[in-house]
Design a protein around this ligand. Sequence first.
Ligand code: 4GX
Length: 236
Amino acid sequence: MRIDILTLFPQMFESPLSHSILKRAQDKGLIDIVFTNIRDFATDNYKKVDDKPYGGGPGMVMMPQPVFDCFEYVEKLSPEKSKVILLTPQGRKFDQAKAVELSKESRLILIAGRYEGFDERIRIGLGAEQISIGDYVLSGGELAAMIIIDAVVRLLAGVLGDEDSPKDDSFSAGLLEYPQYTRPEVFRGMRVPDILLSGDHGKIAQWRRRQALERTKKYRPDLLKNKNTNQRQKKG
Ligand code: 4GX
């Protein structure tokens, strides 16, 4: 998968992308992440990319010209068909189903904006899908883009080892995970449940399913309510 990121702050991505799974995915050549700085497409001497809103009001708005020029340049860098994503609070809320959907694309172009927003013509002109990572206001789209990259890349074939297959994740079954334990058997007086030490794999699997369901009921009942709806949506 190729991932292009249009941003005013490419350095913000350096640390998250150079550790652990995201680093390994790049080292193995499973993903190719390319940054393009929107500011490089500013045309005046001050490299200006924002301006005052028409009609007045506080804050600044991202100008259409640098974003359009940057986007058109990036699109031509590679021939694959791409899915264009704009990070914004007004987008559809990102979830695991969307991560799975995006993991099937061969190329993503993520646009991370700054300031109080984009000139509306950017939204209209680029034909981008708008995605929000949640109902809160960030100071820019960069962290949102990183969250999407992280959730998507770990789903790509070959990125995770066999042992930590994404099939076992919370949400892949629409439930939270069952409780996990590792050594020692007793820690500060707290014992590992006997069933996990029994060696009865059938019983263990049954216990885990039950625990996952109980936990979901207790902590995230909304997931159970949405479960049928989500499945119906998936089937179309
Ligand atoms: N989930 N923000 C984007 C600036 C902006 C506004 C409108 C383009 C259009 C956010 C979120 C988020 C704050 C990122 C405003 N750029 N992004 N930014 N929540 O809050 O994705």
